[in-house]
Write a protein that binds this ligand. Structure first.
Ligand code: ADP
Ligand code: MG
Length: 637
C-alpha cells in the first residue's frame, strides 16, 4: 500500500515552538516582512552547506542542478513559494530542525519578550527568529524537501502553525532541495505581489551570495563589497551591508575595511556597532566573524578570528590562501588561519588606536558602549602594548564621573619626581573622593585613577605596569615617596606643634588605644596621609589593595575582617581633644568610646562593618551628650 494517507504522520509542536508561534502570530503587526529574510536566509544556508559538502567530495544527489533560490508567486491564489536547490532535509532532519527550536536566536527572542516585556515589534528585526516567522503571514505552509543524500525520499511537511504538523512522503520526481509554499493570510496578500517581494529582498537580502530569482530575473545584485577597493565602495553600500549582516537598524559607529597582502593575503570588512548588542546578556555566544575563502562562505560567526574581548565587532574575513575544503574543525590548527586571525586582531586594534587619536568624541562613544567588553582583554599579552593605550578610566583629574583618562594622559600630568601611577577602587566617585587615603594625594596634587568596576581591580593587578611606571593602589602606596613630592595645597589650619611632653603623652595615648582595640588591629600609629579625617585603616600587607583583598575574601567565602593598622591624624581636633582628656585622666571612658567609634567608622568606610548596632548606639549617646552641651553653650532653654 502506497496510499499517501498511510504514510502520513501527525506530530505536535514542542512547547517552546507553540510559545514562539503564539508571540509571532498574535503580537506582531509591523515588520512582518522579515519572514522573507528568514526563509531566504535558510535557503542560502542550505546552498552554503551543499557547496561545502560538494567541496569536500561528498556524493550529491542531482549534482548538476544550478545553485539558486527561486521565488514564484500567484497573486490571484495568494500563494508565495520559495525554492532552493540546497541540501534539503531527511525525515529526521525535518522533525528535529522544524519541530523544535534549533536556533538560539529564537529562544533568545522568546526570553527577551517574556522576561523584559520588550515590545516584540521593536526588536523582531534584530533577531533571526527563524522559520516560524512565516506564520506571521501564512494561513498554511507546505514545505517539500529532498535531501542531497543519495536515495532519500522527498517529504512534505504541512502545518497551519496552530499546534501540530503532518509529514508524508511524496512521489513523482522531485528535485533536490526545499520549497516553502505559503498560503498567505487575508491581510498579507501584498506578499504575492512582485513589487513587494522585490523591494523586500532588496532591503533585507541583497547580500545573499546565491542568486535569488524572481520571475527568472536575479534580484540581488550586490557583490562581495569587501573584495572591492575601498575607494569604490559607497557609504550607503557599507551601511546596507552592515544592516544585512547584523539586523541592526542603526548605522555602524565605525567601519574598518582592509585589504592585507603580507604576510598573508586576505580582505576584511569589520564594523563596530553603535550599541552593544549584548545589553541583556543573552547574545553571549552570538558573536564571531563570517569566514569566506575566495568569496565562498566557509563559516558563519567564526569565534576564533578575533579574541573574545573584541566580540562586539561584526563583519567578514575573506582569505585567498585557505583551501576551500577546509573543515571547520581543523581551522583552529591551521597555520594560515592563525596568522589571519592575528592580523585581523592587530588591524582592528590599530584602527581603534587611530580612532582614539583622530576622533576623541567617537572614541568616548565607543568606550561607553564596548569598554566593558574591551577591557577584559588584559590577558592578551601579545597585544598588551596596544591594549594599554586603548583602555580608559575616570580619574581625579576630571570634574565628574564621565571624564575619561588614558595612561598616556596620566603620564603627561604626572608630578615632577612621581614614578608610580595611582588608582583607587570604590563604589562611586563620591565614595572614592571622600576616602581618607586620598587626602595626602590631594594635598600633593597627584592624580588618582578611579575604578568603579570590580573587573578593573583584576586588570590593574594583572597588568601591574604601564611603560616604566608601576600601578599602585593608593592604600598600598609608599608614603615616603609620596611625601617627598611638593605640596600644592598647604595644610590649612595646621594645628600647633606638640610639645616634647605632649609627644610622650601622645605615645601613651596610642598604646592605650591599641589596648582598647586589642587584636582587632596590629598597631595604632600616627599618620602622614590624613588631612581632614581623624583616622583610617591601612593594610599591613602591601601586596594587595583593600578592595582586591575584599574580592578575594568574597571568592574564598571568608567573612573575617582582615587585621590592619589604624592610623590617626595627630592634628585633627578630635585627636587633640582626646589627648587633653587623656592627660587629665588616662582612664576616662571617653577615650575608649572615641577609639572604638573611630575604629568602627573606619571599618564602615572600608566596607567591613557587618553589624552597625554598636556604632549607631554609641553615636546616638554621644550626640545626646553633645546636644546637652550645645543647648547650654548657646543658652537655649
Ligand atoms: P536557523 O536557520 O537559525 O537554524 P530556522 O528556524 O530558520 O533557524 O531553521 C531551523 C532549521 O531548519 C535550520 O537550521 C535548517 O536545519 C532547517 N531548514 C530550514 N529551512 C531549510 C531549507 N530551506 N533547507 C534545508 N534546511 C532548512
Ligand atoms: Mg534561519
Amino acid at each position: 500500500m502506497t496510499d499517501s494517507t498511510d504514510t502520513k504522520k501527525h506530530y505536535e509542536f514542542k512547547a517552546e515552538v507553540k510559545q514562539l508561534l503564539n508571540i509571532l502570530v498574535h503580537s506582531l503587526y509591523t515588520n512582518r516582512e522579515i519572514f522573507l529574510r528568514e526563509l531566504i536566509s535558510n535557503a542560502s544556508d542550505a546552498l552554503d552547506k551543499l557547496r561545502f559538502e560538494s567541496n569536500r567530495g561528498t556524493e550529491i544527489e542531482q549534482s548538476d542542478l544550478p545553485h539558486e533560490i527561486r521565488i514564484t508567486f500567484d497573486e490571484k491564489k495568494k500563494i508565495l513559494e520559495i525554492t532552493d536547490t540546497g541540501v534539503g532535509m531527511t525525515e529526521e532532519d525535518v522533525v528535529t530542525n522544524i519541530g523544535t527550536i534549533a536556533k538560539s536566536g529564537s529562544a533568545e527572542f522568546i526570553k527577551q519578550i517574556t522576561d523584559n516585556k520588550a515590545d516584540a515589534n521593536n526588536i523582531i528585526g534584530k533577531f533571526g527568529v527563524g522559520f516560524y516567522s512565516v506564520f506571521m503571514v501564512a494561513e498554511k505552509v507546505e514545505l517539500t524537501t529532498k535531501s542531497y543524500k543519495k536515495g532519500s525520499p522527498a517529504l512534505k511537511w504541512v502545518s497551519d502553525g496552530l499546534g501540530s504538523y503532518d509529514i508524508e512522503e511524496v512521489g513523482g520526481e522531485p528535485k533536490r532541495g526545499t520549497t516553502v509554499k505559503i498560503y498567505l493570510k487575508e491581510d498579507a496578500q501584498e506578499f504575492a505581489e512582485k513589487y513587494k517581494i522585490e523591494s523586500t529582498i532588496k532591503k533585507h537580502s541583497n547580500f545573499i551570495s546565491s542568486p535569488i530569482l524572481v520571475d527568472k530575473e536575479q534580484v540581488n545584485t550586490v557583490s562581495a563589497i569587501w573584495r572591492e577597493p575601498k575607494s569604490s565602495v559607497k557609504k550607503e553600500q557599507y551601511s546596507e551591508f552592515y544592516k544585512f549582516l547584523t539586523y541592526d537598524s542603526d548605522e555602524p559607529l565605525e567601519i574598518v575595511h582592509k585589504s592585507v597582502d603580507a604576510p598573508i593575503q586576505f580582505n576584511c570588512l569589520l564594523f563596530i556597532p553603535k550599541k552593544n548588542m549584548d545589553i541583556f546578556g543573552f547574545n553571549k555566544d552570538d558573536y564571531g566573524l563570517d569566514l569566506y575563502v575566495r568569496r565562498v562562505l566557509i563559516q558563519h560567526k567564526n569565534k576564533d578570528l578575533l579574541p573574545e574581548y573584541l566580540s562586539f565587532v561584526k563583519g567578514v574575513v575573506d582569505s585567498e590562501d585557505l583551501p576551500l575544503n577546509i573543515s571547520r574543525e581543523t581551522l583552529q590548527e591551521n597555520l594560515i588561519f592563525t596568522k589571519i586571525a592575528n592580523s585581523v586582531t592587530s588591524q582592528l586594534l590599530n584602527s581603534l588606536d587611530k580612532l582614539s587619536k583622530d576622533d576623541k568624541e567617537k572614541y568616548v562613544e565607543f568606550w561607553k558602549e564596548h569598554g566593558k567588553t574591551f577591557k577584559m582583554g588584559y590577558g592578551d599579552f601579545t597585544n598588551q602594548e596596544k591594549y594599554l593605550e586603548l583602555i580608559r578610566f575616570n580619574s581625579s583629574y576630571s570634574s565628574d564621573e564621565k571624564g575619561l583618562t588614558s595612561f598616556a594622559d596620566y603620564l603627561e600630568r604626572m608630578k615632577e619626581g612621581q614614578k608610580e601611577i595611582y588608582y583607587l577602587f570604590g563604589a562611586s566617585r563620591a565614595a572614592v573622593a571622600m576616602d581618607p587615603h586620598v587626602e595626602i594625594f590631594k594635598r600633593k596634587g597627584i592624580e588618582i585613577l578611579y575604578l568603579y568596576d570590580p573587573a578593573d581591580e583584576f586588570i590593574m593587578s594583572s597588568i601591574t605596569k604601564y611603560k616604566d611606571h608601576d600601578l599602585k593602589s593608593v592604600d598600598q602606596a609608599d608614603l615616603d615617596k609620596v611625601d617627598k613630592l611638593e605640596d600644592v595645597e598647604s595644610k590649612e589650619d595646621k594645628a600647633e606643634k606638640l610639645s616634647k611632653d605632649d609627644k610622650l603623652q601622645f605615645k601613651s595615648l596610642l598604646s592605650k588605644m591599641k589596648d582598647y582595640l586589642g587584636e582587632n588591629v596590629t598597631e595604632v600609629k600616627i599618620s602622614n596621609r590624613l588631612q581632614d579625617s581623624p583616622a583610617c585603616l591601612v593594610n599591613t600587607d602591601n601586596t594587595m589593595s583593600s578592595s582586591m583583598q575584599k574580592i578575594m575574601n568574597i571568592m574564598n567565602k571568608d567573612a573575617s575582617i582582615p587585621k590592619k593598622i589604624m592610623e590617626v591624624n595627630e592634628d585633627h581636633v578630635l585627636i587633640r581633644n582626646m589627648l587633653r582628656v587623656f592627660k587629665a585622666n588616662s582612664n576616662d571612658t571617653f577615650i575608649k568610646d572615641a577609639t572604638e567609634q573611630l575604629y568602627e567608622s573606619a571599618l564602615l568606610l572600608e566596607g567591613y562593618l557587618a553589624d552597625p548596632h554598636k556604632l549607631v548606639g554609641r553615636l546616638n549617646s554621644m550626640l545626646a551628650e553633645s546636644s546637652d552641651w550645645y543647648t547650654k553653650v548657646n543658652n537655649i532653654d
